[in-house]
Structures are given as structure tokens and as C-alpha cells.
Design a protein around this ligand. Structure first.
Ligand code: SF4
Ligand code: SF4
Length: 106
């Protein structure tokens, strides 16, 4: 008797996660990823390349576009994208500093 799933490809259900599955994870964030486009490979070459940040982001909130855009509503600030970026184009910036900067400009 075969107990594997190989013979039942159409009966095996699976789900794929999507942005927002974990709720509004942006509210967890204490640091924000900021992309320096002068270091980002697709921006520099003006063609689809790299996107390692897109591949590794556990919240799938980085677009595969030129430039890559981060949806801050769901970015939880884990820093994986910054860690994995081969050119160190992503810097994690303290949210409180950004807030302070915003207030000073107002
Ligand atoms: S991993 Fe870094 S260089 Fe590559 S697309 Fe993302 S930000 Fe740009
Ligand atoms: S910090 Fe980077 S890897 Fe983590 S959720 Fe935000 S965009 Fe994704």
C-alpha cells in the first residue's frame, strides 16, 4: 500500500502566504529598512536583477520593481533584507530618529 502523496497531486491542498497574513506587522517595527538606490543593483543597471531582498523578505513586502519598494504597512523591521543585500544598499534606521526628523521639519 502506498501512503505517500505522490499519487494524489490533485487531492493535496496547500496554501501560499501573502502580505498581511500576519496582520499589520508594520506596527511591530522599531527599525525601518531604507534602500540606497545608488547601491541597489537593479537601480544602477536599470534592469531586473538581484532582488535578493524580495526573495528573502519573510513578509513578502518588497516589490520586484525598479526601484524595489517596501510596503511599510506590513514590514516588521526584521532586518533580513539588509542582512542579505549583497551590496549593503539597505540600512536599518531607528524609527524614533525618523519620527524626530519629521517633527523637526514640521
Ligand atoms: S538585495 Fe540589495 S541590491 Fe539587490 S535588489 Fe535588493 S536592495 Fe537592491
Ligand atoms: S525588514 Fe526587510 S525583510 Fe524584514 S519585513 Fe521589512 S522588508 Fe521584509
Amino acid at each position: 500500500m502506498n501512503l505517500g502523496t505522490r499519487d494524489y497531486p490533485k487531492k493535496t491542498s496547500h496554501s501560499e502566504h501573502a502580505p498581511g497574513d500576519g496582520g499589520r506587522t508594520g506596527s511591530w517595527r522599531v527599525e525601518r529598512p531604507v534602500i540606497d538606490q545608488s547601491l541597489c543593483i537593479p537601480c544602477k543597471r536599470n534592469k531586473e536583477a538581484c532582488f535578493i531582498c524580495w526573495l528573502f523578505c519573510p513578509e513578502i513586502v518588497i516589490s520586484r520593481t525598479i526601484p524595489p519598494v517596501i510596503d511599510l504597512e506590513y514590514c516588521k523591521g526584521c532586518g533580513i533584507c539588509a542582512e542579505e543585500c549583497p551590496t549593503k544598499a539597505i540600512t536599518m534606521v531607528d524609527e524614533s530618529l525618523l519620527e524626530q526628523d519629521k517633527k523637526e521639519k514640521e
